[in-house]
Design a protein around this ligand. Structure first.
Ligand code: ADP
Ligand code: MG
Length: 341
């Protein structure tokens, strides 16, 4: 049998008035992948998700699920569920009834509904709260209930639109790990939308970087981080650190750069002279900004392995050398000129 993708998007386009929300997106997502759509606000992530779900119909192009063209199949008939940031639980129903809602609509009997809702709540580590109302739960717990409701009928694909956006930083980190665990346990394909590059790098098997309604790069987290295809990707996924030297444009990541003072050796490294124009001590590491004698500036990140805060701050204003290994640079394409309307 030919390789059938869980999701295939072909030249998908959607316009609102004269806004090209999605401007020709093609993409394959494999079964069981944790696939992330990453991009800044307004880059077309939600619209792409809504096109996959069937909440919007494309102006052009095609949506395939499991090898079948569903471009004109209504949302309820697609084997897809969606989790939104705002949970959208029914406040008057118990947690168990919320979770079992989709099963009731499908005519599943009461006993089986109860069993499967209980299993789904266990899966999201919320056993024993079925009788409560959503208002009696914390934000993080409500998000888990929304997730349980979305996986209870085992869809082929789960779409998640910034599901952790409303949680505080601490809770988010915990839920990132939880979501990964749940996804690998249930074996459902996840398409996950976020504007948070760290979240995308942490969670994804692969990710697609969106810019202005288009995908500018697709790859595994390490590929996208280490080999950004464009200056936009270099800047959006990490810190850009772009230099032009000898007709070549390249990026080098802040943690790959050494900061050398005095006569420290830079044998075997590419090195340049510069001056430290900013130092931020952030506990486990220190960030330096170095203005280079040859033009441009670089962010440098160093672990505070042997360095105290006083030592870190001491280099402010100093002449230094920065050095890196040639293989840690990555050539990037010069961005194409914007094509006017
Ligand atoms: P993202 O999720 O990446 O923030 P969206 O897909 O929500 O981006 O939006 C992409 C573009 O389409 C934005 O310019 C947005 O304002 C516009 N847009 C999205 N939905 C609508 C709509 N229903 N009506 C008009 N414009 C919309
Ligand atoms: Mg969005």
């Amino acid at each position: 049998m030919a390789n059938v993708h869980d999701i295939r998007l072909v030249d998908l386009a959607k316009r609102y008035g004269d806004v090209h929300a999605v401007a020709g997106v093609s993409l394959d997502v494999d079964h069981g992948e944790f696939f992330t759509l990453l991009g800044p606000s307004g880059s077309g992530k939600t619209t792409t998700l809504r096109l996959i779900a069937g909440f919007e119909l494309p102006d052009a192009g095609r949506v395939e699920l499991g090898g079948q063209d569903v471009s004109h199949v209504p949302a309820y008939a697609r084997d897809v569920n969606t989790v939104f940031q705002d949970y959208a639980l029914f406040p008057h129903m118990t947690v168990a009834d919320n979770v079992a809602y989709g099963l009731r609509i499908k005519g599943v009997g009461k006993a089986e509904r109860r069993t499967r809702a209980g299993e789904a709540l266990e899966m999201v580590r919320l056993p024993g709260v079925g009788a409560r109302k959503p208002a009696q739960l914390s934000g993080g717990q409500r998000q888990r209930v929304a997730l349980a409701r979305a996986i209870v009928n085992r869809p082929r694909v789960l779409l998640l639109d910034e599901p952790l956006g409303a949680l505080d930083a601490q809770l988010r980190l915990g839920m990132q790990v939880e979501l990964k665990r749940i996804q690998s346990e249930v074996g459902i394909t996840f398409v996950y939308v976020t504007h948070d590059q760290e979240e995308a790098l942490t969670m994804s098997d692969r990710l697609a970087v969106f810019d202005a309604g288009r995908i500018v790069q697709v790859g595994a987290p390490a590929e996208v981080y280490e080999r950004p295809a464009t200056e936009f990707v270099a800047g959006f996924v990490g810190t850009s650190n772009v230099l032009d030297r000898g007709g070549r444009r390249f990026t080098v990541r802040p943690e790959k750069i050494r900061l050398l003072t005095g006569d420290a050796s830079s044998d075997g490294l590419v090195s340049e002279h510069g001056r430290v124009i900013d130092v931020s001590y952030v506990g486990p590491l220190t960030r330096y900004v170095v203005a280079l004698a040859g033009g441009g500036q670089l962010q440098v990140v160093q672990q505070n392995l042997e360095t105290s805060s006083a030592q870190a701050l001491e280099v402010q204003g100093r002449e230094v050398r920065v050095a890196w290994r040639e293989e840690h640079t990555s050539a990037i394409a010069v961005q194409p000129e914007e094509v006017g309307p």
